[in-house]
Design a protein around this ligand. Structure first.
Ligand code: UDP
Ligand code: MG
Length: 324
């Protein structure tokens, strides 16, 4: 029987210092795991250093190593997507080039995959070599993202995970431009399993994240999964109208019962409240529609079938009806 193929996807951006160590550790690991065939797919995200040469040389001596290069730096999210598009494996594993995610966890990921889990994600038990600010911001980010979106987002989980082929095919159908893979992994669903690990410090080189980029990523994460910011308008309109009606009743009652004529400033306040309310409400309505257009414009499939007549749906458009 043919062995199953597992693709290890490594996004790399200027990783000349860490990459040789990373490749040798991965080679050691895949040599040991004899029950599977491996394909190591390095996605070079527009590096300006020797990253490409290192992987090209590696491929010369070992054909299990493949690579993709980008025309420029597109960011890790897109690198991951390209990796999915080019992976041939029955399962894929994402791993960072800086060895913060120890490759030694991989056999455990595979073990759970064999038990039938589709998405085996590695959760950080600890994070070494990261500043408190980074830890704190990432904690807050998870909190906000979780509050604002309806899909469950795994805490302390990065992109280090194993995905079954059908998850890969599902993700390949989500071709939106502002991507946030963490929420996408949750959104597609399927059977998930958590594995704990200790996150190591970077072996070499510097982190590629800049805070500006992290903020972009955070905003993308929120706006691509919820339209709730657009509802702010609707919620603001309600108290404005309540104020208007309250003040209106007050002025009328005073005019009728106390026989105090309506004064100019009162009329002006009433007018302001009324039109402010109308304005905000109209914005809210536009926002609701915009939100729907925004959702549609992504052209996502509405659902993914898990099984049909006992056969797993592979999301590849083929064999929708299984032979019985
Ligand atoms: N990376 C990438 N493109 C980028 C930034 C990062 O492909 O624009 C890769 C990087 O080479 C590494 C992984 O994404 O393999 C994680 O990046 P990094 O270690 O800098 O992030 P951190 O671990 O600090 O969050
Ligand atoms: Mg890192």
């Amino acid at each position: 029987m043919a062995k199953k193929l597992i693709t290890i996807i490594i996004p790399a951006f200027n990783e000349e210092e860490a990459l040789p160590k990373c490749l040798s550790r991965i080679t050691k690991l895949i040599d040991k795991e004899k029950a599977y065939d491996f394909e190591v797919l390095l996605v070079d995200d527009g590096s300006k250093d020797k990253t490409i040469e290192i992987i090209k040389n590696k491929r010369k001596e070992d054909k299990r190593f493949c690579y993709l290069t980008f025309s420029r730096n597109f960011g890790k999210e897109i690198a991951i997507m390209a990796g999915l598009d080019y992976a041939k494996g029955d399962a894929v594993i994402f791993i960072d080039a800086d060895l913060q995610d120890p490759p030694e966890v991989i056999p455990e990921l595979i073990k759970y995959w064999e038990e039938g889990y589709d998405d085996v994600y590695a959760k950080r038990r600890s994070r070494k070599g990261e500043t408190w600010l980074k830890k704190w911001t990432s904690k807050m980010y998870y909190k906000v993202l979780q509050k604002m979106s309806s899909v469950e987002i795994q805490k302390d989980t990065g992109d280090f995970r194993l995905l079954d082929r059908r998850c890969v095919n599902a993700l390949k159908k989500m071709r939106e431009t502002s991507r946030n893979s963490k929420s996408m992994f949750s959104w597609i669903g399927y059977k998930k399993k958590e594995v704990l690990y200790d996150r190591d410090p970077r072996v070499a080189g510097k982190t590629k994240w800049r805070y500006g980029r992290l903020i972009d990523l955070a905003i993308d994460g929120i706006t691509s999964f919820t339209t709730s910011p657009l509802k702010i308008s609707t919620y603001l309109a309600i108290p404005t109208f309540v104020l208007f009606i309250g003040y209106f009743i007050y002025v009328i009652i005073k005019a009728i019962i106390v026989k105090m004529p309506v004064q100019a400033y009162q009329a002006i306040i009433l007018l302001i409240l009324f039109f402010a309310g109308v304005n905000i409400m109209l914005f809210g309505i536009i926002g609701e529609y915009l939100g729907r257009i925004f959702k549609e414009s992504k052209g996502r499939p509405l659902y993914f079938v898990d099984e049909y007549n006992g056969k797993k749906e592979m999301n590849d458009g083929k064999e929708k009806i299984s032979k019985e």
